[in-house]
Design a protein around this ligand. Structure first.
Ligand SMILES: *Cc1c(COP(=O)(O)O)cnc(C)c1O
Length: 378
């Protein structure tokens, strides 16, 4: 039998989460952010599954957009960081992509390029993230230059990104909204601000467009869940099986460096999943997995191809028992990727995007009549 590790991707859950984002913001259009291979879920499969729902998609670079066009995705695709060199403008033009401009050099390049059709352009404003974008003062001039070039650019929006939208009572967040609102009012400009946490928790930040990302995959980006985020459904279930069982006497160590020592006579299940699959090696002892639907703690360092869990309290567990590393378990049980991330001192984004190509993706659900791309290795 093949190695049992699989990433099951529930496209119905993806559609459910997208509809939640959309319905929380009925006066906004919701762009589905599918950069980084749809946060590890497979960009083409996810875009096809959302094709009848999402009016546009967001990616980080032109290579990701080209792959989507080659996969048959025809909707507008926004380059969230714009182009990295001016040569990309001809592909942006021919592929009908939308661009962002965050820097003076990009603006110059855009305004000297003669496209076949004007290019939809989002002007990125630095409202407080201090990473990309024009300062509010610079943005006024940039806006005027864009407005003066209707043969080159169209559908110009102001765009900005939040630093602290996940903290539910952040005054810094309010300041960022105020900066952009003031500018937008002065220029009469439509806006695009909200990421997942702002989509879920900050209606005042909803603009002409929203940009939900991680919530589409069922991860809750808020510091504390709210009514909306509790309705998110996990999309990826990373599942494997126990491939060997060890009986250990009290005091015996497990795995590299013997980090975990049996505090009592113990049974250890060896699971086919390791950091060579993208499971985080920083996972602490005690990180939960679901064994036949019941929580069991990680015991010992994660190795490249395997990990070890303490199944002493699960006498039924044995070789072949199902193991869920995160996602949906049997009988409606769940192990949220956000919870696993906390045990790894990281965030769900790194766990999801970190699942490596060695792990076959297996797709379920999706709109009737669409076909998901063939799963590699299967
Ligand atoms: C990735 C990204 C998003 C989506 O953020 P989430 O926190 O995943 O919702 C939105 N906007 C920009 C500019 C991004 O780069």
């Amino acid at each position: 039998m093949a190695r049992p590790l699989i990433a099951d991707i529930d496209l119905d859950a993806l559609r459910h989460n997208y509809c939640l984002a959309r319905d929380l913001a009925l006066n906004s259009q919701s762009l589905a952010v599918i950069k980084a291979d749809a946060y590890g879920h497979g960009a083409i499969a996810c875009a096809r599954a959302l094709a009848d729902l999402a009016p546009a998609f967001g990616v980080a670079c032109i290579e990701e957009a080209i792959a989507l066009r080659q996969g048959g995705i025809e909707a507008p695709i926004v380059l969230l960081e714009g182009f990295f060199e001016a040569e990309e403008l001809s592909s942006i033009d021919t592929l009908g992509l939308w661009t962002t401009v965050h820097s003076e050099w990009q603006l110059d390049a855009l305004l000297t390029y003669s496209p076949r059709r004007p290019i939809a352009t989002w002007l990125k404003v630095d409202s407080g993230m201090h990473r990309l974008g024009f300062s509010p003062q610079q943005a006024e001039q940039a806006w005027a230059r864009l407005m003066a070039a209707p043969e080159r650019v169209t559908d110009v929006h102001l765009m900005s990104h939040f630093a602290t939208a996940d903290a539910l009572n952040s005054s810094y967040f309010r300041r960022q909204v105020a900066v952009l609102d003031t500018l937008a009012a002065r220029l009469g400009a439509p806006t695009c601000l909200a990421n997942s946490p702002a989509t879920l928790a900050w209606p005042e930040a909803h603009g002409a467009w929203n940009r939900p990302g991680v919530m589409l995959y069922g991860s809750d980006p808020l510091e504390g869940a709210n009514d909306a985020s509790r309705r998110l459904a996990p999309v990826m279930t990373l599942r494997s099986e126990i491939i060997a069982v060890r009986e250990l006497a009290e005091g015996e160590p497990v795995g590299y460096a013997g980090r975990w020592r049996a505090p009592r006579d113990s049974r250890i299940g060896v699971v086919a999943c390791g950091y060579g699959d993208g499971y985080d090696r920083h996972a602490r002892d005690g990180t939960p997995v679901l064994v036949d639907g019941i929580r069991a703690p990680l015991a010992g360092k994660v190795s490249m191809d395997m990990m070890t869990v303490d199944i002493t309290d699960l006498p039924e567990a044995d070789i072949g028992s199902s193991v869920v590393l995160w996602g949906s378990g049997p009988r409606g049980g769940r192990l949220p990727v956000d919870e696993v991330a906390r045990y790894c001192d990281t965030i769900s984004y790194t766990l999801l995007t970190g699942v490596l190509p060695r792990v076959p993706r297996r797709y379920h659900g999706g709109p009737v009549g669409t076909k998901s791309p063939d799963t590699p290795n299967h």
